[in-house]
Design a protein around this ligand. Structure first.
Ligand code: NAD
Length: 342
């Protein structure tokens, strides 16, 4: 099978011809129909995330059809279209059994390898999913639109739950790219909150306006903290930072109203320095948010079917064009999400 492999961090992906994977007893091999391209794929391949191991096949927003199944797989059949839940867990620890599987200490990812953990992902013609608990049926749904639900949608929905927003809240979204444009739709169409979208790119802000943002701010041209304080009178009830570098995390924290929730999602990386006593009077809540649960992915599929959320796929690439997809993402040229079609 053909696959785009990260053999060396910071170097272009290599097109390789690899043996077709065989399914484990509980596993399935999928023929990949679509794989979304997440900024995390790029960050891992570029060596931006500490601890990333090579070689690995990127891609964790996978929709495909079942090509071969292990003998212990139940409830699925060959040819069915499924989406992959990208967090693999033990299924038996306290976190797993209480519905917090994304916090399982034994978790491992698909589509990147970190500190010795992880399996190959969907930048390939075929992918092995080692446990059928990690696939959900999406028969009859458009694979191009559904694939980005697996991470962009999942992470956005979970982050919104962590932000604990109510309909009369003011929510700020920093970075309205792949994840942010999904969070915006969910915040408006599901939670009905007032949304301020902040970005540094006019095209992303124009998409945010089309998707229903109440206010859009280009933080290169206008001070988002002053703007939010003026609009709300007291600061933001919640901020979700899909960038999360030293600059945006400072902005996010400064714009919080009392009791405000600051949700950290992006992994651009940096440091936030906070006067500790200030936390007390402000009763602020700082929340890191990692992907989401299988339940969140089920909810998203249902929300997509009802037209409440729809990933905006602006660019489609062939498998061999994965490096072009990465370069465009890196240059900030992708609106919404891009996908690979092996
Ligand atoms: P993306 O490139 O599609 O979107 C990023 C957006 O941020 C773009 O619109 C860009 O213009 C904007 N931006 C960049 N710098 C900015 C700044 N200084 N101020 C305001 N806006 C700025 O990326 P994505 O795929 O949406 O991923 C976003 C981040 O989330 C990445 O760091 C990714 O690795 C991370 N991520 C985290 C999780 C998690 O579980 N927490 C899951 C997936 C992705």
């Amino acid at each position: 099978m053909k696959a785009m492999v990260c053999t060396s961090l910071g170097k272009p992906l290599e097109l390789q011809d690899l043996p077709l994977p065989k399914p484990s007893n509980d596993g399935v091999v999928l023929r990949v129909e679509v794989c979304g391209v997440c900024h995390s794929d790029l960050f891992h391949a570029r060596g931006h995330i500490k601890g990333t191991n090579t070689p690995f096949i990127p891609g964790h927003e996978i929709v495909g059809t079942i090509y071969e199944m292990g003998p212990d797989v139940q409830g699925f059949s060959v040819g069915e279209r499924v989406i992959v839940y990208p967090v693999f867990t033990c299924g038996i620890c306290k976190e797993c059994v209480s519905g917090l599987e994304h916090l399982c200490d034994k978790w491992y990812p698909i589509g990147w390898k970190i500190e010795g953990r992880g399996i190959d992902g969907g930048f390939a013609e075929y992918v092995h999913v080692p446990n059928f608990r990690n696939i959900l049926k999406v028969e009859g749904l458009n694979p191009e639109e559904v694939a980005p639900l697996a991470c962009a949608g999942l992470t956005a929905l979970h982050a919104l739950y962590e932000a604990q927003v109510h309909p009369d809240d003011l929510l700020v979204l920093i970075g309205v790219g792949g994840l942010g444009h999904m969070a915006l739709q969910l915040a408006k169409n599901l939670m009905n909150v007032t949304v301020v979208a902040v970005d540094i790119d006019e095209k992303k802000l124009s998409l945010a306006s089309k998707l229903g943002a109440d206010y859009v701010i280009n933080s290169l041209k206008e001070d988002p903290v002053a703007f939010v304080r003026k609009v709300s009178g007291r600061g933001a009830d919640a901020v979700i930072d899909f960038v999360n570098n030293s600059e945006t995390s400072k902005i996010a924290f400064q714009m919080l109203g009392r009791g405000g929730r600051h949700v950290f999602v992006g992994v651009y990386g940096g440091v936030l320095s906070i006067p500790t006593a200030f936390m007390v009077g402000g009763s602020f809540r700082l929340i890191g948010s990692f992907m989401g649960t299988r339940r969140h992915l089920m909810e998203l599929i249902s929300l997509y079917k009802r037209g409440i959320v729809k990933p905006m796929v602006s660019s489609k690439f062939k498998l061999e064009e994965a490096n072009e997809a990465f370069n465009k993402l890196e240059r900030g040229e992708i609106e919404g999400r891009s996908i690979l079609k092996p």
